[in-house]
Design a protein around this ligand. Sequence first.
Ligand code: SF4
Length: 314
Amino acid sequence: MNAELIARYAAPVPRYTSYPTAPHFHDGIDEAVYREWLGERPDGPLSLYLHIPFCDRLCFYCGCHTKQVRRYDPIVAYLDALNKEIGLVAGCLPERRKVSAIHFGGGSPTIVSPKDLQRLRGTLDRHFDIAPDTEISVEIDPTHVDAERLQAWRSFGITRASVGVQDFEPIVQTAINRPQSFEETADVVTTLRDLGVASINLDIVYGLPHQDRAMLMRTIEHCLSMAPDRIAMFGYAHVPWIKKHQSRIDAATLAGPSERSRWRLPVLRPFLPRTMCLSVSTILRSRPTAWRRSSPTARFGAISRATPQMMPTH
Ligand code: SF4
């Protein structure tokens, strides 16, 4: 890739996991405007997004809207408001609506207790028609979840889980304050499968402190060994002036734009959207024996060639 292009597009851009992107949110959208927009929703099923902005610990690379909590009380207060909000939003719609997709993001949605999760499902059922084939997904931090909680999410109706990996290398995990073994991650994936969760996504982050191409490749290999249905790769954006906790990361340990581009995955090209989905499991499923026998370099090439299939996520 040409150096001039890398330099031109190396600047941080807004994450577009929401639309409009975060910089376009402003105080000018008040309750009246929101009610009006809800009232004008066209017919057809709705997708609901529920945000749980709490975590047990703060990962230093985190760019999400979340807060570290040591007690459960703030979560109880938030869930009270969320249950109320669900009723208010439903009340602004001209008629009772069908829901075709529900996504829980965070933060760590799995911080919600099984009892409170059941209550949330009851509130949603009271206000919306949630068909049995509704796609319900949740983001999971595998270091803070147990079998009981996963069972509660399955009872809630989840059909898809997005499990956070980021990177399995200890030096990277220490630098981002996210110790997470391969074994505990694989346990969560196995439990989800045993519970009947149909689709499992693994999240990886590239451009983390100390990370290099070989480490990224090893993490991808580990992820592939769990045979996920897809892998989503996010580029780390170092913006400590917005996310203060990122100042705990030494900027000198981060790969620069041209180094990231030399890792050769087209997903690293700065001019591409930062949130991408890489369908590596397609390769794994279509040529499993060849895949196992191939060299790491050949595998890396296969993944690179598969990237035209990449689609933005969320
Ligand atoms: S668990 Fe996820 S949301 Fe919470 S701090 Fe870590 S990266 Fe951020």
